[in-house]
Design a protein around this ligand. Structure first.
Ligand code: AHG
Ligand code: MN
Ligand code: MN
Length: 319
């Protein structure tokens, strides 16, 4: 049984990257304890503000953001952070070598129903000179030096990659430590399970409607096999399911959005999950392009996402 610190010491050569990963994941253990207290700690419900994307913040969006922000900015390895809950990047007072983008609480609509949520993170090398600016963050996802998430479910799990496979850890609550429980996770190229919010169907492109109609037609349609559907309403939960037992996850663009971008954010949702999927042998695309190749134009940029089993992603894109 290897602990996270033992794993990092043997498998991650850079001491400063070990440090960033430890600070991030240690803070997620604290977020996990806060979540476990739920209503008892008075942390559920709305915060009464909106984030830069016009979404109402929950108290826990704000609490988890503040916890990650203060822990990361205090680390000498961090140059700056970007968060779903911060309008602009926040530079640290150090000349650390890493930029960290994160979604402090993914799936926050699940909070009030005591269902799955998570924290997603994406780590880059600082490339510009001081002080860090937003432009430093605007690197394609293929530049990520590490990416991952912590899923707060029945057990708390850490899943990440530093470009050498995807590894899963389970929180040992008594010891307050993540323990390696699955190494080198791989996603099957084929699947019979899909995840999409069907209530948006009428707003999708014609091609996406045709693709999903064929999935739903099952054995009676052109695909000749039945598909099951699952929707956690937290990307982190849907991606975790795909890493565990395969599948395809889609958040398409739709006609409600004049920019033809989807709902999910490139820098702290699509890129980190895209890296994990590719590292596990799957694929991550928009309707047309590899997500990790996209040159970002803003830290809160949105993209359509089609990720999961390689052959199923190809099939979807072929429509
Ligand atoms: P967040 O809570 O960080 O704003 O993200 C929620 C996202 C994502 O996690 C999930 O896949 C999607 O929103 C769910 O969208 P629907 O409301 O369409 O189900
Ligand atoms: Mn999110
Ligand atoms: Mn969030």
């Amino acid at each position: 049984m290897r602990s996270l610190s033992q794993f990092l010491a043997s498998d991650v050569s850079s001491a400063s990257l070990q440090e960033v990963l430890l600070v991030t994941t240690q803070t997620c253990i604290e977020i996990s304890s806060a979540l476990k207290k739920g209503s008892l700690a008075g942390i559920l419900g709305m915060a009464g503000n909106e984030n830069v994307q016009g979404e109402e913040q929950k108290k826990l969006d704000v609490i988890s953001n503040n916890m990650l922000k203060s822990a990361l900015l205090a680390s000498p390895t961090v140059r700056a952070i970007a968060s779903e809950e911060e309008d602009d990047i926040v530079p640290a007072s150090t000349d650390g070598e890493y930029l960290i983008a994160f979604d402090p609480l993914d799936g926050s609509s699940n909070i009030d129903i005591n269902s799955m949520v998570g924290t997603i993170f994406s780590i880059y090398h600082q490339v510009g000179s001081e002080p860090a600016t937003e432009a430093d963050f605007l690197q394609p996802g293929k530049n990520q030096v590490a990416a991952g998430y912590v899923l707060y479910g029945p057990s708390t799990m850490l899943v990440f990659s530093t470009g050498h496979g995807v590894h899963m850890f389970t929180l040992d609550v008594e010891q307050g430590e993540f323990i390696l429980t699955r190494e080198n996770v791989k996603v099957d190229t084929e699947t019979q399970e899909f995840a999409i919010n069907m209530s948006n169907q009428r707003f999708w492109s014609e091609a996406m409607q045709n693709y999903v109609n064929d999935l739903v037609a099952g054995k009676d349609g052109s695909r000749g096999k039945n598909f099951n559907m699952r929707w956690v309403a937290a990307m982190v939960g849907d991606v975790h399911r795909i890493l565990c037992r395969g599948g395809i996850f889609i958040y398409p663009w739709d006609s409600k959005d004049p920019n033809k971008a989807g709902k999910l954010r490139l820098m702290y949702e699509a890129n980190p999950m895209g890296m994990l999927l590719e590292q596990a042998g799957g694929k991550a695309f928009t309707h047309t392009d590899r997500i990790l190749d996209i040159q970002p134009d803003g830290i809160h940029q949105r993209v359509a996402v089609v990720l999961g089993a390689a052959n199923e992603v190809d099939k979807c894109l072929s429509y």
